[in-house]
Design a protein around this ligand. Structure first.
Ligand code: 13P
Length: 250
C-alpha cells in the first residue's frame, strides 16, 4: 500500500501572521494520522514555518527554486539557501511557473537534478491544458512531460520524487477532473514510469492529484487505485478546509 501524501501549495498567500496561525492549527490535528503531509508557504515564511513544525510530522516545501546554485539571477532562490532553512521538499514544474514564467520541461529537469543533488525531495508537477485535453492529447502531453523531466534521473533517485498530476483546466477553476478521468491519467503516468524504469519503481511512485480538491470531493478521488494523495491550492489556505482533506480517511 502506498502512503497517502497530502500537500498544500500556498502560492502567493501567507504573511507571517497568516502562516503561523495556519500551521499552529494544523500540527496538533495531524499528529495521529498515518498519512504524509506538507505545506509549501512562500519563501518569506519558510523559516518561521520550519520553526513551528519542528518535532512534528508536517513537512515543509518551497514552491520553486533556481536552476543555478549561485550567480547572476536577480530575485531567485537557490537550493542551498532552501536547504539551509531545513526545507524538506521543492515543488517543481507547476503549471503556473510554466505559464507565467516560461518554464520548459528542460529547465524543470535541470531543477529536479539540482534538488536531488542536494538531498532534498521533489514534487514534480505535470498536466495538460484545456486545449490539449479537448484535442484528445492529455495522455500524450503527460508522457512527454514525464520523459523530459526524468531524463538522466536514476531509479534510486525516484524514491525522492513525488509526481503531481494537475490538469491546468482544473486549477483554481472549481472544475475537478472526475475521479475516473484523473485515475486514467495517473495510470498513464505510472505506465510511463514503468517503461522508463521498472514495475517496482512504478508501483512505488506516489502520484498526487491537484486541481480544485475540496473536502467534498477528496474521498472519491482518494478511493481511486492510482491516486495517492493531493496537491491542494485554494482549500489549503484554511484549517477548516485543509484538515478535512488531510484527514479524509478518519
Ligand atoms: P487549486 O486547489 O486552487 O485548484 O490549486 C491546485 C494547485 O495548483 C496546487 O498546486
Amino acid at each position: 500500500m502506498r502512503q497517502k501524501f497530502i500537500a498544500g501549495n500556498w502560492k502567493l498567500w501567507g504573511t507571517l501572521d497568516q502562516a503561523k496561525a495556519l500551521v499552529s492549527a494544523l500540527t496538533p490535528a495531524l499528529k495521529s494520522s498515518k498519512n504524509r503531509f506538507l505545506v509549501a508557504p512562500p519563501y518569506t515564511a519558510l523559516s518561521a514555518v520550519k520553526e513551528l513544525t519542528k518535532g512534528t510530522s508536517l513537512l515543509v516545501g518551497a514552491q520553486d527554486c533556481s536552476n543555478l546554485e549561485t550567480g547572476a539571477r536577480t530575485g531567485e532562490i537557490s537550493v542551498p539557501m532552501l536547504k539551509e532553512l531545513g526545507v524538506d521538499v521543492v515543488i517543481l514544474g507547476h503549471s503556473e511557473r510554466r505559464q507565467f514564467h516560461g518554464e520548459t520541461d528542460k529547465l524543470v529537469n535541470e531543477k529536479i537534478k539540482l534538488v536531488l543533488k542536494h538531498g532534498l525531495e521533489v514534487i514534480y508537477c505535470n498536466g495538460e491544458t484545456l486545449a490539449e485535453r479537448e484535442a484528445g492529447k492529455a495522455a500524450e502531453v503527460v508522457i512527454r512531460q514525464t520523459k523530459e523531466a526524468f531524463a538522466g534521473i536514476s531509479e534510486a533517485d525516484l524514491k525522492k520524487i513525488t509526481i503531481a498530476y494537475e490538469p491546468v483546466w482544473a486549477i483554481g477553476t472549481g472544475k475537478t477532473a472526475t475521479p475516473q478521468d484523473a485515475n486514467e491519467i495517473h495510470q498513464v503516468i505510472r505506465q510511463t514510469v514503468k517503461e522508463l524504469y521498472s514495475k517496482a519503481a512504478a508501483d512505488a511512485m506516489i502520484i498526487q492529484y491537484g486541481g480544485s480538491v475540496k473536502p467534498e470531493n477528496v474521498k472519491d478521488l482518494m478511493a481511486m487505485p492510482d491516486i495517492d494523495g493531493a496537491l491542494v491550492g485554494g482549500a489549503s489556505l484554511k484549517a477548516d478546509t485543509f484538515l478535512p482533506i488531510c484527514l479524509f480517511d478518519q
